[in-house]
Design a protein around this ligand. Structure first.
Ligand code: ZN
Length: 506
């Protein structure tokens, strides 16, 4: 493959042409010309995992969404069809497949609208928000001062006429759920949370919160405008479905390899109710599936490889949390490391690697021991293949969360979501300055046309290489050497012992 920039240019023109014709173009897939040094299995896997195979799974997920109401949300027929598509292929490939059922609280927005002095303002109901009465609620706008903990305590409302009002609060410091609860406590009939970074805001209250104020997100720009409209007449109307349901994770493990030193990789298979979730997270699910199929259920590995297609990630990482919390300590110890792939084909792609050593010094600290090495493994891969990368904080927004919490080293890849691409980022990655990495994040338009297949191809290869490397050895993560090395060491030991020991005994 010529240097990335060239390929990119040619590829991009082809993709644009095909897009103009409404086709989903698959760039000519070629394994990266330069594959880093590493175990043969890892290098072979990179060659075998190609975008044509990965893209076929994306198309399958789109069609399964299309024939099931346009969504693959947890507990929906679209998710079940996706899970059976994945599970059946893995069973045929010789994997030990488990379907792990778990309970969760389903939530879907039915209606949402916001007007201020009669003018409509774009607004996203927060998942699990309480409903307003039929027809909505109307009240004066009360602006809550943006201190360090905006709207996180009742004292933030001291001196404000919050009773019967709709309050405007900044995002930040505490959870959306906390803000909605406090607003309810002070008698507000609605709470508008504005973003603290450019762009619209959608979010999750974390679960049903009886007594909290009906809640939703608005953009940073609209927040600034409304902050100047204290006392304006606001009408807010939201309604949703919130109910107990069940869904299931699909877990698949190789028959071969040590099952007490497992290399694990996961991706959530569910989408938001609003759309088919092809980039979020058909991209990660498809790359993981193609890698698993190319590896096969009985590969020559030292460490068993376990793949997971989580469900209900969009409802708060429910499936992956349930999985980890239902392992006892010994079972957790059997997991050497966890790799996460959530959104790896964003249309305005960035190349982010989870910041295992916290070298960026932002947000959460470093991951458990071993996470820095995982980050370095991905960094090395992209460096050798000529793709610049940036760190991504372990901000807890995807399925690595509970693994890290339990001390299991983790890492993974990401190509960006709702945050706009900067000038500096566009200079190194191409794409559109100021546009979100994924302009269709959590929307109905997150479909087959919403994927950068060059980014998906590169990230799938990085996944294959790093996973394949750890299937051979996790020595740099946890000191467990490859079997062959161990056998050789033991042989060397025994060879020495007979001669020396006897003398000493005497
Ligand atoms: Zn996701």
């Amino acid at each position: 493959m010529p240097s990335p920039k060239t390929t990119l240019r040619v590829g991009a023109a082809m993709v644009a042409l095909a897009a103009g014709l409404g086709l989903t173009a698959v760039p000519a897939s070629a394994a990266p010309q330069t594959i880093p040094d590493g175990p043969a299995l890892a290098r072979q896997l990179v060659k075998k995992v190609n975008i044509t195979g990965t893209n076929r799974h994306l198309i399958a997920l789109q069609r399964l969404a299309d024939r099931n109401g346009g969504t693959r949300a947890a507990s929906s027929p679209g998710h079940e069809a996706s899970a059976e598509y994945v599970a059946t292929k893995l069973e045929d490939a010789g994997y030990i497949v488990t379907r792990q059922e778990f309970p969760f609280v389903y939530d879907e927005t039915l209606s949402q609208s916001l007007t201020v002095d009669g003018a409509a303002v774009p607004f996203n109901r927060m998942s699990y928000s309480e409903d307003t009465p039929e027809g909505g609620v109307t009240g004066p706008l009360v602006v809550v001062p943006a201190d360090d903990t905006p709207g996180c305590e009742a004292t933030d409302y001291d001196g404000l006429a919050a009773e019967g009002a709709i309050v405007l609060v900044s995002r930040g410091t505490c959870t959306f759920g906390q803000k909605a609860t406090v607003a309810g406590e002070v008698g507000a009939v609605g709470v508008l949370i504005y973003n603290n970074v450019p762009g619209a805001l959608g979010g999750n209250l974390g679960g049903p919160l009886p007594g909290s104020a009906p809640a939703g997100g608005i953009s940073q720009a609209d927040g600034a405008t409304l902050a100047m409209q204290e006392g304006a007449t606001v009408t807010l109307a939201v309604s949703g479905v919130t109910e107990d349901r069940t869904s299931y994770n699909v877990i698949a493990e190789t028959q071969t390899g040590r099952h007490e030193n497992v290399v694990m990789a996961g991706a959530h298979l569910d989408s938001v109710p609003a759309g088919p979730g092809i980039n979020d997270n058909g991209s990660g699910s498809s790359a993981l599936l193609e890698t698993a199929l190319q590896l096969g259920g009985r590969p020559k590995v030292n460490n068993a490889v376990r793949f997971a297609w989580w469900s209900a990630e969009e409802f708060g990482l429910v499936g992956s949390e349930y999985y980890v919390r239902n392992l006892d300590f010994e079972e957790q110890l059997n997991i050497a490391l966890y790799l996460n792939f959530d959104m790896i084909g964003s249309p305005n792609a960035g190349y982010f690697i989870f910041d295992g050593d916290d070298s960026d010094g932002v947000g959460a600290g470093p991951g458990p021991y071993g996470s820095a090495q995982i980050e370095a493994a991905f960094e090395n891969y992209f460096e050798v293949t000529g793709v610049p990368t940036e760190g991504r904080d372990f901000d807890g927004r995807s399925d690595y969360g509970e693994f890290i919490l339990q001390g299991i080293p983790a890492g993974g890849l990401f190509t960006g979501a709702e945050v706009p691409k900067t000038e500096a980022q566009a200079a190194k990655w191409g794409g559109v300055v100021g546009d979100a990495f994924d302009p269709c994040y959590h929307q109905a338009c997150d479909n087959l046309g919403n994927v950068d297949r060059v980014a998906l191809d590169r990230n799938s290869d990085a996944l294959a290489f790093v996973l394949g490397s750890y299937a051979i050895s996790t020595e740099d993560i946890n000191g467990v050497p490859p079997r062959k090395a161990r056998a050789k060491a033991r042989a060397a030991e025994t060879r020495v012992a007979p001669t020396v020991v006897n003398d000493r005994d005497l």
